[in-house]
Design a protein around this ligand. Structure first.
Ligand code: SAH
Length: 464
């Protein structure tokens, strides 16, 4: 480590900035935020600093730099455009062991300034050792998107309760568990959604329940994991996946996505694999209830969106019956993923004014595909069939029998959005044979309608 990171208490401390331009103003602004008592040494001031001086928020010494300006300073920043002056400031400060920063000249600095993510009282500082400030800024931009802007509010709220929580929980471990729950659970989610009062109420409630020994921390997060590409998860999905103690996931959820769950979370596979059967839906519902009642935070991770052919509704009905708290996180449904990644818009002014999602799954796994064919064969619409690979020939035959032209473009998209995506293009007549030739397997979606003709022009996603 080339630099030792610390956070300095500058409240009421005399700090000196040498220079009066825009850069000096930015540095002065940061020092003022930290409560420093500011002196600016510069023959002239830019408008921003001038205004601060007039308002009495800083002391202006309208003079060229002289060593005595640093007397008693806690910290000094040189921000002039004169190298000789900057070096003089650095030398004087170092001789007196005053921490000094010279803007853009790491070799003259005894400390450097990090890129800052300010969620006061939470502050994150990022440094690349002064060598690659742009990289520090890129990292900051990443963190900015990952850390809700309301984190500061959460920290303030937690601080309000600090003493009471300390008094309630004798052991450090019990306190840690309580805070982990509060800072990652319902309280945090309320604050993040902007409702700080509701967060405060929940926190009050949690503390009371802890006092009465009635606190049950369990909850279920029904999370849409998207079509397969981990990049397509939502921030909220990722956050809740990293909080959950247990993850129940289906076969459709890619291993790379399961990997993003908390490292020490228990993982339970509840999907179907060729060798064995899927857990019956009723058993999954009961498992969710059981673990939540044990006080666990359970992530129920599903492919695509939980409410689109995902039986999410059924799972939640059970949770409601048992009074288990839950949240639903939408995911990108595979039709959307496939549409984008195959370059087949689902609607288009020249082709389709509506889009219908149907399932090709037969109710008991046998018999005919039972769909409302007359409505599906109306022109100017796109039909997307989930779970239809096995029934592709029958679906195409019915569409033609009910009046859609055999030339209607149709596609089958396998493992959409992933590096193994395959798109097979044909029409209602030719697609079944093509799919058989190419051995298309589930998971795959069938897209029917003239929008499919746009694929040739719009496909942008290439796999090896
Ligand atoms: N809830 C899911 C759908 C579950 S039903 C969603 O919103 O996407 C399972 C069907 O989804 C599969 O049979 C297949 O038709 C489709 N599917 C899921 N992921 C897919 C993918 N990556 N590529 C193509 N089809 C997919």
């Amino acid at each position: 480590m080339d630099y030792f990171p610390t956070f300095m208490n500058l409240q009421g401390q005399p700090c000196v900035v040498i220079g009066g331009g825009d850069v000096a103003a930015r540095k002065a602004g940061l020092l003022a935020k930290a409560g420093a008592r500011l002196t600016i040494v510069s023959p002239e001031l830019c408008a921003a600093l001038q205004a601060e001086a007039v308002a009495g928020r800083l002391l202006h010494l309208a003079a060229p730099f002289a060593p005595e300006h640093l007397a008693n300073a806690t910290l000094v920043i040189a921000a002039t455009d004169d190298e000789t002056v900057n070096r003089q400031v650095a030398d004087t400060a170092r001789a007196q062991r005053i921490p000094v920063n010279v803007v853009d000249q790491p070799d003259l600095c005894s400390f450097i300034m990090p890129a800052i993510i300010d969620r006061s009282p939470v502050v994150i500082a990022v440094s690349t050792g002064g060598g690659v400030p742009v990289l520090a800024r890129l990292i900051r931009a990443k963190l900015e998107t990952m850390i809700p802007s309301t984190y500061g509010e959460l920290a303030k709220l937690a601080t309000e309760f600090r003493d009471r929580v300390k008094a309630r929980f004798g052991s450090v471990t019990a306190r840690r568990i309580f805070w982990e729950d509060v800072l990652q659970g319902d309280v945090a989610e309320k604050v993040f959604s902007g409702n700080i009062d509701a967060g405060r109420k929940l926190l009050e409630q949690a503390l009371q329940q802890a006092e009465q020994g009635t606190r049950n921390l369990g909850a279920v997060y029904l999370i849409g994991g998207g079509p397969g590409n981990p990049d397509l998860l939502t921030f909220r999905a990722l956050r809740l996946m990293q909080q959950a103690d247990i993850v129940l996931y289906d076969a459709l959820v890619a291993p790379e996505i399961v990997d993003l769950c908390r490292r020490d979370a228990e993982r339970i596979f509840v999907g179907k694999q060729s060798s064995n059967h899927a857990l019956p839906q009723e058993d999954i519902n009961q498992l969710l209830v059981y673990h939540a009642q044990q006080g666990k935070r359970v992530a129920r991770l599903k492919g695509g969106d939980p409410f689109i052919f995902g039986r999410g509704g059924e799972e939640i009905e059970t949770l409601v019956e048992y009074n288990v708290p839950f949240e639903v996180v939408p995911g990108i449904t595979s039709a959307q993923g496939a549409s984008s990644y195959a370059g087949i818009p689902l609607t288009h002014r020249d082709h389709a004014q509506s889009c219908t999602f149907v399932t090709g799954h037969r109710r008991d796994g046998a018999g005919e595909v039972d769909l409302d064919w007359p409505s599906l064969t109306r022109p100017e619409q796109t039909v997307v069939v989930y779970m239809g690979v096995g029934q592709l020939p029958e679906i195409c035959r019915q569409m033609i029998a009910y009046g859609r032209s055999a030339n209607t473009p149709a596609a089958i998209i396998e493992r959409a959005t992933t590096s193994r995506q395959r798109v097979v293009i044909g029409n209602l007549q030719s697609l079944p044979d093509k799919a058989t030739e190419q051995q298309v397997k589930a998971p795959a979606l069938i897209v029917i309608g003239s929008v499919v003709s746009l694929h040739e022009k719009l496909c942008w996603f290439k796999t090896q």
